[in-house]
Design a protein around this ligand. Structure first.
Ligand SMILES: C[S@@+](CC[C@H](N)C(=O)[O-])C[C@H]1O[C@@H](n2cnc3c(N)ncnc32)[C@H](O)[C@@H]1O
Length: 289
């Protein structure tokens, strides 16, 4: 794993994913992987990786999807996981070694929007929730497209608009009864919902040079915080994901009040060891032109 230069306009995100967010994601990795497994399976089904293929897993994080992709492409294939987060990649490397997949799975600590990929080397550009954080999405996708063979394809899953994601809206609405609402983000600003506008995603991929773009909805009841005890479930929302981001600048003195409000809002949805709330995404596929 080596370190490379990055696009300076992504500095905020790089700092964010190397700070508390990346550390907590790595600490809660088992819970996150369990929660996101249905999205992994749906995105990989859309990507259709084949034995012997070379795959890029962008924003691979702790490598749950990279490991699955490595098993799909087999010993004659290759997967390269690219991510900016040191703490998440350290766990990724450890998991690849433990699974004895290091021969066909490697990692690069790099900003995918600026990294000098081997040109025309990959069959598939894949991501589960790792491509919504670019300051310049068309530029980033154009850079990643250069890594694809002429016959290559892209497949990724990203969140649909926040208002369709109850797993965010239910705890967030409870928190916002006690803290000021964050400044509304600029359209398509880097963040979990940066690619939630379907029309924008299609235009953006066209500008980046992709063709045959398909954007399909994927909606499930998520099992949020699986394995967390019912009376501690508010902590999960306060530490992980979009709700924790909204709380970043909130008054610490209020945190017990906010925790109690989130707990009361999500507890009615707790069943079989997890909070069951709707998650809504887009599964995006396209071909290299
Ligand atoms: C929501 S997490 C998803 C992680 C992983 N794909 C998963 O599903 O478990 C987003 C990931 O994108 C990575 N990321 C953000 N900006 C990036 C960039 N410019 N280049 C590469 N990775 C980036 C973050 O470090 C983080 O690991």
């Amino acid at each position: 794993m080596s370190q490379t230069t990055s696009n300076p306009t992504n500095d905020d995100q790089i700092e964010f994913w190397n700070g508390k967010a990346g550390e907590e994601w790595a600490e809660r990795n088992d819970q996150m992987d369990r929660m996101l497994a249905p999205f992994r399976d749906a995105a990989i089904a859309a990507a259709k990786p084949r034995p012997g293929e070379r795959v890029l897993d962008i924003g691979c994080g702790c490598a749950d999807t990279s490991l699955s992709l490595a098993k799909e492409v087999g010993p004659d294939g290759q997967v390269l996981g690219v991510d900016v987060s040191g703490p998440m990649l350290a766990l990724a490397q450890h998991k690849a070694e433990a699974a004895q997949l290091s021969n066909c799975l490697s990692f690069e600590e790099a900003d995918a929007s600026a990294y000098g990929f081997d040109e025309g080397a990959f069959d598939l550009l894949f991501s589960r929730f790792g491509v919504m954080f670019f300051a310049d999405p068309p530029g980033a996708f154009a850079n990643m497209r250069k890594a694809l063979k002429p016959s290559g394809r892209v497949a990724f899953i990203c969140w649909a608009p926040v208002f369709d994601n109850d797993w965010v809206m239910v705890p967030l609405a409870a928190a916002l009864q006690h803290i000021p609402a964050p400044e509304p983000a600029a359209p398509h600003a880097p963040g979990p919902f940066g690619l939630s506008d379907k029309v924008y995603v299609e235009e953006m991929l066209e500008i980046a040079g992709f063709s045959n773009i398909a954007i399909e909805p994927f909606e499930i009841m998520m099992r949020v915080g699986a394995g967390v005890e019912k009376d501690k479930i508010a902590d999960f929302f306060m530490e992980m994901g979009p709700v924790s981001r909204a709380l970043t600048n909130s008054d610490e003195a209020l945190s017990d009040t906010v925790r109690a409000a989130i707990q009361a809002a999500v507890e009615p949805h707790y069943a079989d060891g997890a909070v069951n709330l709707k998650g809504s995404c887009w599964i995006v596929t396209a071909n290299n032109a």
